[in-house]
Every structure is written in C-alpha cells, then in structure tokens.
Design a binder for this molecule. Structure first.
Ligand code: UD1
Length: 453
C-alpha cells in the first residue's frame, strides 16, 4: 500500500518561513565543487532520469484543473523541480510526493495569482505558469524570468500569443500582469519563430479558451508531445502534436490524470557523447533513441556504435581515434542546442577538426574559454566555432557557467590528464540527477566537495 502522501513541498519549499532549510541548503550547494581525476574509461549502466524539460510544463498543467494530476518518473531531486514546486505552492497548488519519483499536484483552489520574483528569477521555466493561471482564473502576475545566462531570452512570443487570445497585458515593476476577465478566446497564432516555451504556454492556455486555437510554426519537441498527451489525458482536445500545426478545441473544465514523464533525451545524449569521448561501453536504461535522431549520424561519424535493447541504449566507441564532425543546432528534429556544448567537448580530442554552429541562442559559447583552459583549441567566429583536435586535455580549475556548459566541463574533465576542479556546480543540480553517483558507478574518479573544502 502506498504511504499517505506527505506534502513535503508545502512544508519545505513554499515561500514561507518554513522554506528556510531548503534555501540555506541551496546556498551551501552553490559553493560545492566537483573534483575529477581524468583518464578512466566509462563502463557500466546509467539509469536515465525523467526529462526535466518535460516535467516542468507538466507540473504547470496542474493549474488547469481542480483535480489531482499524478506524475510518475519525475526527476524529483532536481533543483528546478523544487523551484517550480515552490512557485506552484505559492499559487495554492498542493504538491505531494507519495514516493521518490511520483508527484501529485492539486490546484483545488488558486490562493494567489502572483508568481513572485524571488522564486521566478531562479528559473526561466516559471513563466510557464502564466498561460494556465490566466486561463483558469482570468488574472496572472508573473515576474519576468531569470534562468541560465545564455543571451537575452525574451518572452515576447508568450505575451503576444496571450494578447491575441484576448488578454490585456502590461509589463510593470518587472512583472507581466495579464488579465482576461471574460476568459481567453481561440485564435490562429502563427509564431514568427519556433519557441518551445511559448508553444507550451499557449497550448495550455488554449485548453480552457472559448473556441479553437491553431498554433502554426509550433515547436515539435518530444516534450511538447508529452505535455499534449498529458493534457489529452486530462480531457483536452488537441490534434497535430509533433507537427508544426497544433489545433486545440477549448473546453470548460479539465480533470485529473496519471501521466509518466518521458526519459530525458538531453541526459541520454550527454551519456552517449561521454561514451564516445572516454571509450568504454555504457548501457543507458529507460531511454528513447527515437528522440535523438539528430545525434545518431554525427556520433556514428565520430566513431560511436549505437544499439537498442528494448528501452535500453547500448553505446561503445569503435576503438579507432575520434573523427571530427560538423553540427548545427536547430529546433527539433534538428540537433538540440542543449547538447551543443557536450558535442563540442568531444570534438576537442578529434582527429582533424569539427565545426559547431549555434542558431538558437546567442551567447551560448561560454564553455569555450573554460575548455581552452584545459588545453582545447577552439576559435569562435560569430555563431560558429572551429574545433581543432588536440592530443590531450590537461586538468585545471574551471568555472561552470550554465547548465549544459557545466556538464560539458564534467565530460572534459573525465578525459583530461590529472585533476580538474569544477566550481559553481549549482547549475548541474538544476538539471542532472545524481550525476556524481551515476558516473562513479561507471568507473569515473569523481567526488563532490562541499562548499568549505
Ligand atoms: C526550452 C528548454 C531549453 C532549450 C530551449 C531550446 C525548457 C524548460 N527549456 O527553453 O533547455 O535550450 O527550449 O530547445 O524546456 N524566444 C523569443 N521570444 C520568446 C521566446 C523565445 O525570441 O518569447 C527565442 C529565444 O530567445 C531563443 C529561441 O526563441 O532564441 C528559442 O527559445 P525557446 O524555444 O522558447 O526556449 P525555452 O522554451 O526558453
């Protein structure tokens, strides 16, 4: 029998005085470091966690109904999940964890319409409460978001879409203040640019709007499909998931549902790259290769053998030197920007050279100077980088800058000669569950040093 659900988030991370222990802990973690002695091959099994980028919008979907939404395969220990739990708790959502990777979220009553700055600034995805909150209650105030420092990352597409659906929106005191006292109405929105977050926000809002909403040039990421399937399980009427045109027929009320979060394709891809870089064989448990088609060709070109056994992916390097490959990031099904830094790290040791072009975010080469500190030869030319393979990387002290840049440094350290110390690893805690334990279990010489050490 499952134990009675404990409302841990209300207790520990709601923005009340009781939230103090978790915030203190987060500050302490902020000073933690990772020390890696490079040179070990990775051999073993890594269980892939549920996808952070699917889990976050799914949690926000709970705002659309007064009934419970039960999410399984949640990456529960991630800081981003805790931050969003705190945002939702501040709005009145009861967040309980009946077991380790299960969440039950129930928004029986919305007790506040304000997502405050001190919570939202920690994570950009908090802006995903805007659409569902507005659709459910007719009013929402959400602080302009923070998150990874990878360029300006505006939210204009979210706002313009909601305005087109009839919302009156002002930006005041750093907040997006949105009102739709008579509810939202279905419209045709043609996004000028593909945006994952805007597609998610508007898809959720449209579920409770009057009439049909058509989202053209919509994002097609697996996380969008996962959210859409959960909304359908909650009673929503959605067609066209996974295509650039999503059609949503608004209804009056959604109900509760049980939904399992998809495996994290970015974590999976990170470990595939790690196997290619370090050599050795990795079995990635509970993963979905079909979400990573853009990674297969360049990784095979570089020298990785990839096989599937049910829901496991088995990867190993072919034993020959790493070969250079060129990639360019693009919206799904293109090469994911969230794997760009890791792929570039792999190219630092290739025979010949490779090229990485970033088309989604400006300022997403912050890992380059840190990789160069380890001995990499990388030249940045606008949105592209040329990586000329070097014989070896050498350990040094480096600084993690954003989530994916941080894990790229971990990968580099796994192959660098000697000791690498990575500072500011709180970014990793936002997006990679038990990374030290997972890598150590596969033979890496890796430890986490607490702030004071
Ligand atoms: C999501 C992912 C992030 C990933 C990104 C691109 C989550 C929680 N995060 O972020 O890990 O790197 O997709 O795959 O799922 N843009 C605008 N105006 C807007 C919104 C976006 O100009 O209103 C721009 C962005 O600055 C960026 C591009 O559109 O240049 C794509 O951003 P978007 O797809 O919205 O990324 P996120 O949803 O924030």
């Amino acid at each position: 029998m499952p134990q009675e659900a404990e409302n841990i988030w209300d207790k520990k991370v709601s923005p009340s005085p009781e939230s103090e222990p978790v915030q203190i802990q987060a500050q302490k973690f902020g000073m933690d470091k990772i020390r890696i002695i490079g040179g070990r091959r990775l051999e073993g099994t890594i269980p892939v966690s549920g996808a952070k980028n699917a889990a976050l919008p799914l949690m926000c979907a709970a705002l659309l109904s007064d009934q419970p939404l039960h999410l399984t395969n949640m990456p529960s220990s991630l800081h981003d999940i805790r931050t969003l739990s705190a945002v939702l708790a501040a709005l009145g959502v009861q967040v309980t964890m009946p077991k380790e990777h299960d969440f039950i979220l129930q928004a029986k009553l919305i007790k506040s319409n304000i997502a405050p700055y001190d919570l939202v600034r920690k994570m950009r995805a908090s802006v995903l409460v805007l659409g569902p909150l507005l659709a459910r209650t007719g009013y929402a105030e959400v602080s302009l978001p923070g998150g990874c420092a990878i360029g300006t990352r505006p939210v204009d597409l979210h706002i313009d879409g909601l305005k087109a659906m009839g919302a009156q929106i002002v930006l005041e005191d750093g907040y997006v203040k949105a009102r739709a006292p008579d509810g939202l109405k279905g419209v045709h929105i043609d996004f000028p640019k593909v945006s994952v977050g805007a597609t998610e926000n508007l898809m959720m809002a449209a579920c409770l709007a009057a009439g049909e909403t058509v989202l053209s040039n919509a994002a097609r990421e697996p996380e969008i499909i996962d959210l859409g399937e959960c909304l359908i399980a909650m009673g929503a009427q959605i067609e066209g998931l996974g295509t650039p045109e999503i059609r949503i027929k608004g209804i009056k009320k959604l109900h509760g549902a049980v939904h399992s979060v998809i495996p994290d394709r970015i974590e999976t891809g990170t470990w595939m790259i790690a196997a290619c870089l370090t050599g050795g064989t990795l079995k990635l448990k509970n993963a979905r290769l079909e979400h990573l088609t853009a990674l297969i060709d360049p990784l095979e070109e570089a020298g990785l053998k990839i096989a599937c056994e049910g829901t496991d992916i088995i990867v190993h390097r072919n034993g020959r030197p790493l070969t250079g490959a060129d990639i360019m990031t693009a919206p799904y099904p293109g090469f994911p920007t969230d794997l760009q830094a890791q792929f570039m790290t792999m190219l630092t040791l290739c025979e010949g050279s490779g090229m990485v072009t970033e088309t989604i975010f400006e300022n997403r080469f912050m890992h380059v100077p840190e990789l160069c500190r380890l001995g990499a030869n990388i030249k940045v030319h606008g949105h592209s980088t040329i990586i000329r393979g070097v014989e070896k990387l050498k350990g040094a002290e480096v600084m993690a800058t954003d989530l994916r840049a941080s894990v790229a440094l971990v990968l580099a350290a796994l192959v660098a000669e000697g000791e690498t110390v990575i500072n500011r690893i709180y970014h990793l805690d936002r997006g990679y569950e038990n990374i030290v334990e997972k890598l150590r279990a596969c033979g890496a010489d890796i430890v986490r040093l607490s702030g004071g050490e």
